[in-house]
Ligand binder design. Structure first.
Ligand code: AKB
Length: 358
């Protein structure tokens, strides 16, 4: 008998590490007796996971593009749900567009095929949870950005980056696989259960992102905690939405657990708070008054964030599956980010870097 597992791709990245932690803790709390079997997690990543793993996590080092590896995984495990987090982020994808397309699109396609095949074997749809991004939006100019601050899911779907194009297309692929793929031939109502959230810039106290364009927020904060000077790569007035990592993980899990009949759409905006880069700096300065934060905008990265919305309208997620962030900006800084970051640097535990997933 194959063991039943939740597959997490990009497991060593920022969101992956936080998700594994939360899923393991949740299951430990939900199943407190020694006899109970905790949910088994299959953690797939190119890189090894940096921390000691709970007993229910099985680490597999390898690529989502390795079809031989994916075949081996389905022969050994019954995959019940997939959190597909692996991706190359927006700035990195601009430098390596072909690699980004391979990982972000071909990798997602391979996993959608795997999920469809597993659904067929199980005779029950595999849940496929996909983190999309504000990068799917592309506002044409600053005047439009200023006058269309809270963007709905279907507005301004004109991405200007390879990463944004990849994410938008993969949302559509997910919908295609869940609603149309082989339906005529197989006479089934659905082949898999695809659900996506569009994340704003994510900020973690425990990991530093790499390769993203919203990275200036977390970079500012981690630099301040280490007493290092920081030059922000976008202009002070640039405004985008952000979210603390625990809320990002909560959004993924809450969406995964929402009853299918409650969902009115496959792709949802989720957000917490919007800040200009100057306001982000001011929050950092409130907690680290000696921080040296300057601005040295990089034209390409500046142009990318200019096309992203200043804020998102996430009212549909709030209505359909009771989404709400636990951390507004003040609570995020005062209760999650600053105390944890201080503790980590003060006790000298190195903060691992990890690719963001959104
Ligand atoms: C990135 O900057 O690429 C990501 C994102 C906003 O999707 N953090």
């Amino acid at each position: 008998m194959r063991a039943k597992v939740s597959l997490i791709t990009g497991a060593a990245g920022e969101v992956g590490q936080a998700l594994i932690q939360r899923l393991s803790t949740d299951y430990a709390c939900e199943q407190p007796t020694a006899a109970a079997t905790p949910r088994q997690i299959l953690a797939l990543d190119l890189n090894p996971l940096p921390t000691a793993l709970p007993a229910n996590v099985h680490q597999v080092q390898g690529s989502i593009l390795d079809t031989g590896l994916l075949d081996r995984l389905v022969s050994e495990y019954e995959i019940e749900e997939i959190y597909h987090l692996a991706a190359l982020l927006s700035t990195r994808a601009e430098f390596s567009p072909d690699a980004a397309h391979r990982v972000n699109v071909e990798g997602t396609l391979a996993l959608l095929h795997l999920a469809a095949q597993q659904s067929e074997w199980r005779n029950e749809p595999v849940r496929f949870i996909f983190p999309s991004s504000i990068a799917v939006f592309g506002l044409p100019d600053q005047k439009t950005k200023a006058t269309a601050p809270r963007v709905r899911e279907w507005e301004w779907n004109y991405p200007t980056t390879m990463y944004g194009c990849n994410k938008l297309y993969c949302e559509l692929l997910g919908v295609y696989f869940s609603r149309h793929y082989r339906q005529l031939a197989a006479d089934r109502p659905t082949s898999l259960d695809f659900r996506a959230v569009r994340f704003p810039g994510l900020v973690s106290a425990f990991t530093i992102p790499s390769g993203g364009t919203s990275d200036y927020g977390p970079e500012m904060l981690h630099a301040a905690a280490q007493r290092k000077p920081y030059a922000c790569f976008v202009r002070e007035d640039v405004r985008i939405p952000f979210m603390a990592m625990p809320d990002a993980v909560k959004a993924l899990i809450d969406l995964a657990r929402a009853p299918q009949e409650a969902l009115s759409r496959p792709v949802y905006n989720v957000t917490s708070f919007s800040l200009s880069a100057a306001e982000f700096r001011d929050h950092v300065l409130r907690h680290f008054p000696d921080a040296q934060i300057g601005f040295a905008p990089d034209l390409k990265r500046q142009q990318i964030v200019e096309t992203w919305p200043a804020d998102l309208d996430d009212s549909t997620a709030r209505r359909d599956w009771a989404w709400h962030p636990d951390y507004d900006v003040d609570r995020a800084f005062a209760e999650y980010l600053v105390p944890n970051i201080r503790r980590r640097y003060e006790v000298g535990v190195p903060v691992p870097t990890g690719d963001n997933c959104a």
